[in-house]
Every structure is written in C-alpha cells, then in structure tokens.
Design a protein around this ligand. Structure first.
Ligand code: ZN
Ligand code: ZN
Length: 500
C-alpha cells in the first residue's frame, strides 16, 4: 500500500506564497499557488513564488490544482506556475474571476479552469475533494475535505468563524460535523492568528468604525486596502453611499477586480456611485472618497507615490483623511510607518489599525482555532500558513485541546509528512536543506554524506525516543561531521517528526 505524503512548498515557516502538495502513489494534488511580497531590503524583486522544483518532471502526475480563495498569497504565483505546468485548475466563481484577471490569454487557452462550488465533490485521481464554505475577508472562500485512500484530511484554507459575515453566508458547521462523523485523519489549519487570544471580531464591526471616520472627516477620504479584499471594498462603498460621497478607485488591480466582482454579482454598487479619478476634481472635497491600493507602502504603489507626492494626478492635501484599512504584513512595518509619517507631513489625518478598528482580521484567533480542532477531532494535526512561531503556537493550542504532541507536525516548507495505512512508524528518509550557502555544488557531496550520517545516527536510537532527543542526537552527529569535513559548524535546524 502506498503512503500519503503532505509536502508544503510554501507558506509554512513564512507568511505568504501558500502552496501545498498532497501526493499518493503517482498522483499529485496541489492546493493553492500563492506569491509573497518581498521584504523592504530586497531591491528589484517584485514578488516571490514558491520553490516548486519538487514538481519538475512529475507534471503528468498532477491531477488538479484546487484554490481555496482569491487572495494573492493563494493565487498570485499561478500565472508563473502555469507558464511551466499544465494542469486543470479548480476554483469558486469569484476566485476564478480573480485568477483570470491576472492570466495571460495564451495560458487561458491552454489551461482548463473549472468552477467549483461548496458542496461539490471533485474526483481528482484517488482524491475526492469536497470544498466547504468558510468565512474570511473575501467572499467565496472554501476549506477542503480531501478523502484519500489512507483517510480523510481537512485543509482549512484561510478562515475565521464569522457569525455575521458581510455577505450574509455563515460558516458551514454542518459539513465540519459531517467530516467528524466520518473520522478525520489529519487537519491542516490556518495559523496566521494563533498568537491572538480570544475570537476575531466579525467583519461587520468594521462598518461602524468606517462610519465614524466618514462622519468626522471634513475633506476627502482616501481608504487604502488590498485590491482583493472584496468584502472590505463593499463595506467602504456602502458607507460612502450612505454619507453622500462618490467613490473613485486608484490602482489598476483594484479597478479590474471591482469590475469583475460587479459583473459576477459579488459587489453591489449603486448606479453613479463610482466616478473616475479625473471627475473628483470637480466635486467638493466632502463628497469624495477614494479607494486605493498599496496599503503596505510599497514605493511604486498608489499609497507609496501619494506619500512622496509622485502620483500623476492625485495629491494629498491638508484636510484629507487617509485610512489604512489593512494590517501590516510582518516585515513591512518600516515601510508602512514611513508612509504614515509622510502622509502626516502633508497635512493629512491618518487613521490606521490598531489605533482605530478600521481593520478586522480575516483569520481565526485562538478560541476559534480550538473550536475547529474540537469540531473535527483529527488524529493528526499540521499547523499551516504562518511563521514557525505561529505554527508552534498553534501546535500548542492543539495540544491543549487533546491532540498528543507526537501527533502534531509543526514543520517548515520542504519537509515531507507521510501517513501510511496503519499510521505506523517514522518512515521518512532524511531531508537536508541548505540555506544561504554560497557554493551549492561544493556542498552537495557533503550534504549527501550528511544524509548517511543522519541515517546511521537514527539506527542507534530506540523507537521510543522522544523527538527532542532524536533532534539533539542528529544535530550533534551532523555538526561533528561538518566540523571534520569543512572545519565549520553550521547553524542547524533539525526537525524530527514522529507520526505515531
Ligand atoms: Zn486569505
Ligand atoms: Zn492567506
């Protein structure tokens, strides 16, 4: 009997570029193909894609690419990926729209994109995929039940338990109960907010915060957010309409997304609410709202250019209110703070999270994360989507609600987690990754030898040894080996993953 292998290619040990491979025999299922924005010191880099080298040469095994939702950290690398790989893509209607907005025509002709809906059952090779509705900060988000020959695994996607979502569609608790009844082998769950106690407030809360801003503002209001936060765009449009303001949109991606979401019926916008950026100059400031992209302060984005006065037609002037309706992605703090300071210098009033509740997270906090684990009662737990600290924290939460520590695998990208029919023993061959090493070729021989060292070290260990002792032993042996061979003791991260 074959093993089921779960291989994170992105999004574990980092925030962004989410991509997961589920493999059984010669069958591969891919979940999400996201991108990541570069850190502020990575000059000349527009975006970062997952390292999918693992899939090269296995193209014919890919049974499908299933996308959980339309945020860039889940779809952003698809255009790049599909240039090289041809495999059918499955996405909900809005997600599909957001994917197609970014796909070149040549790719659209070659690759089949299929629309799926919550409640559908997709048979993709040996995988029976069941998308189910979850709440997040964009409509049409799903989690996935995946029935495999080894057992049922559940991939949460990005989610929160929002009981009063903007689109009026609450989370599908019945489906989660159904999964539980069938028995869940492994749960892979979103760790983004695993450090936040309590429960994440409903998206609905934001409307009143936005209303406060619109009530107080005397001049124009500029709201910056992500182009793909369709629910957020809807809320701002509603509030603007109620306060008698017209809305202009700055940012090509947001213009495209709004057009597409309106066509598909995911954005309801009153006639005449939207005006062009040129038309706002003819309106009194108190009748103008502008929605803009660039909430992370990227220098070439709309907000980046507004902050430095380099936008072609828009200037920030005293009396303007600027709302940053987004959270700051870890690593972007410096850039965002600089933009806030520059906007204040230009005389604007800047309203931002967490000083004002103009942003609500789309990710579950601790109590919700525990709720999902309790609803599903999985045998094994794999925290996904987050830096290692988020994953570790999430694993600790799972432990609190009764998942044994040895049944959790908090691992970073590139590690292979295997389950066999009996979920028996650790059956992995050692995976050694090197990072930040200049001459890869010189080292590759050493790495192959080091794998042998690991194998030999593990042979001498009793099957009942705890993971930390395994890790310590491996670290010591490999460190000694590198010192003997290269007079160098590299910094090492050793992760042992017992699966039973
Ligand atoms: Zn998301
Ligand atoms: Zn995400």
């Amino acid at each position: 009997m074959e093993n089921l292998r779960i291989i994170p290619l992105g999004g574990l040990g980092e925030v962004g570029k989410n991509m997961m491979v589920v493999e059984y025999g010669r069958n591969i299922l891919i979940i999400d193909v996201g991108m990541m924005f570069p850190e502020s010191d990575m000059y000349g880099v527009d975006y970062i894609v997952p390292d999918y080298d693992y899939l090269r040469g296995k193209e014919d095994r890919i049974r499908g690419i299933v996308i959980t939702h339309g945020h860039m950290d889940h779809i952003g690398a698809l255009p790049h990926f599909l240039q090289e790989f041809t495999a059918p893509v499955y996405a909900t209607r809005l997600t599909r729209g957001l994917i197609e907005v970014n796909l070149r025509r040549e790719v659209q002709k070659r690759v089949k994109i299929n629309t799926m809906a919550p409640g559908d059952v997709l048979q993709l090779g040996p995988f029976k995929v069941e998308p189910y509705h979850v709440c997040h900060s964009i409509p049409d988000t799903v989690g996935l039940g995946i029935e495999t020959p080894v057992g049922l695994i559940v991939h949460s996607g990005d989610f929160k338990f929002d009981h009063t979502p903007v689109d009026g569609w609450p989370p599908d608790m019945a489906k989660l109960a159904d999964f539980n009844r069938r028995g869940v082998l492994a749960l892979l769950s979103d760790s983004t907010n695993s450090g936040s106690p309590g429960a994440t407030p409903s998206e609905r809360l934001l409307t009143s915060a936005m209303e406060d801003v619109f009530r107080d503002a005397k001049g124009r209001i500029i709201v910056a957010t992500f182009a793909s936060l369709i629910s957020r765009i809807q809320q701002v449009m509603d509030v603007a309409s109620n306060f008698g303001r017209k809305v202009a949109i700055a940012g090509t991606s947001m213009v495209k997304n709004v057009k597409m979401a309106r066509q598909l019926g995911y954005l309801e916008v009153p006639e005449n609410l939207i005006v062009s950026l040129h038309e706002i100059h003819r309106l009194p400031p108190q009748e103008v709202a502008i929605m803009a992209t660039g909430s992370q302060g990227e220098p070439r984005s709309i907000m980046g250019r507004l902050a430095t006065g380099r936008h072609s037609s828009l200037r920030v002037v005293p009396g303007d209110t600027v709302v940053l309706s987004s959270h700051t992605i870890p690593g972007n703090e410096e850039t965002v703070h600089r933009v806030i300071n520059q906007l204040f210098q230009k005389g604007a009033n800047v309203v931002y999270h967490p000083l004002s509740p103009v942003h609500v997270s789309g990710h579950a906090s601790q109590e919700e994360l525990k709720l999902l684990i309790n609803l599903l009662q999985p045998q094994f737990f794999i925290p996904i989507h987050g830096e290692l600290r988020h994953l570790k924290q999430h694993a600790a939460l799972a432990h609190q609600v009764g998942i044994p520590e040895r049944h959790t695998a908090a691992v970073e990208n590139g590690h292979i987690i295997r389950y066999d029919q009996n979920q028996g023993q650790l059956i992995d061959h050692p995976v050694i990754q090197t990072r930040g090493i200049a001459s890869q070729e010189v080292l590759s021989d050493l790495v192959i030898e080091a794998e042998d060292i690991v194998r030999r070290a593990l042979k001498g260990i009793a099957p009942t040894t705890t993971p930390d002792v395994v890790e310590k032993t491996v670290r010591r042996e490999v460190s000694n080996f590198f010192y003997r061979e290269a007079k160098n003791r590299p910094t090492m991260l050793v992760v042992a993953m017992p699966i039973a």
